[in-house]
Design a protein around this ligand. Structure first.
Ligand code: G
Ligand code: G
Ligand code: MN
Ligand code: NA
Length: 254
């Protein structure tokens, strides 16, 4: 099954790869960064979504190894783009289980150093933060990353797993507003828009950068820009793509 396949894949990764989705500043439309998204193409099962195999990795005790692989590949890519003179942030999704394990932050810092990548251009995205907040090791890992200049983003903000308490208690620099709120901008959901306005004001008060996820229309983009949301990500700008396409279409073009 999937667990066995994942064991084998992590021993010698051949079907795992990273996709990059651009994020642009709303003020001038320029590239700000990219979210790194894991992909797995299996010879028998086809393309499997991380939404499906990350929980399997978590259950099988493999997620730290998986996240370590992702972080290492992303660090190598970041260093490569930095050497070519491109100025962008990379945002990597990590399972909170990885962050709750002893030594994760130091291992990840070693990986950045081994590739000679600038930690201040690396951001870690987390969801389901309740477990992290209650874990001494988890908080220690976050402090180590923070002290090294790595940023922390709270993913899916506004949904069940991502609440105001974490804004108060975690060393965050970025809020990623869940796409369900962005999807409501165009509709007649006045409440969703009120929540969005209040979230942008909260972020301003706390000096947090806001990334709006799932921006699909120009009217959503304009609404967010007019309310001084800083960064947009979504199909309006581009879908996730290979590093090579990202370089040609986004780094070399602009
Ligand atoms: O890209 P896609 O929509 O299929 O992603 C599905 C989910 O998988 C998202 O919630 C995303 O945060 C998560 N995800 C994507 N890449 C990674 C990764 O490298 N590590 C972990 N732990 N989760 C990831
Ligand atoms: O859980 P997380 O926020 O990390 O999930 C990110 C996922 O959201 C990515 O797999 C990406 O493909 C997807 N995504 C990115 N932009 C859009 C968008 O504009 N619309 C929708 N429906 N999904 C998006
Ligand atoms: Mn994410
Ligand atoms: Na998200």
């Amino acid at each position: 099954g999937l667990t066995q396949a994942l064991h084998r894949e992590l021993d010698t990764p051949t079907g795992l790869s990273l996709a990059y989705q651009p994020q642009c500043r709303l003020s001038d439309g320029r590239l700000w960064g990219a979210e790194v998204l894991l992909r797995w193409d299996h010879p028998e099962f086809g393309r499997i979504s991380p939404g499906e195999f990350v929980p399997v990795a978590e259950a099988a005790g493999l997620v730290r190894k998986l996240d370590g692989w992702v972080f290492d590949q992303a660090a190598a890519q970041l260093a490569d783009w930095q050497r070519q003179g491109y100025d962008l942030k990379l945002l990597v999704n990590l399972s909170v289980l990885s962050l709750m394990m002893e030594g994760t932050a130091r291992e990840f810092l070693d990986r950045l150093a081994a590739h000679d990548a600038d930690p201040s251009m690396m951001t870690v995205e987390i969801t389901e933060s309740e477990a992290l907040e209650d874990s001494e090791t988890g908080l220690e890992n976050l402090q180590i990353l923070d002290a090294a200049g790595i940023s922390l983003a709270l993913d899916d903000f506004g949904t069940g797993h991502s609440s105001l308490r974490y804004v108060q208690n975690l060393p965050l620099s970025t809020l990623k507003i869940d796409k369900s709120f962005i999807g409501a901008i165009d509709g007649d959901a006045a409440k969703a828009r009120a929540i969005l306005r209040a979230t942008l004001e909260l972020a301003r008060q706390l000096d947090l950068t806001v990334v709006a996820e799932g921006v699909e229309t120009q009217s959503q983009f304009d609404w967010l820009r007019d309310r001084r949301c800083q960064v947009a990500q979504g199909f309006l700008l581009a879908r996730p793509m290979t590093a090579s396409d990202f370089q040609t279409d986004w780094l070399e073009q602009r």
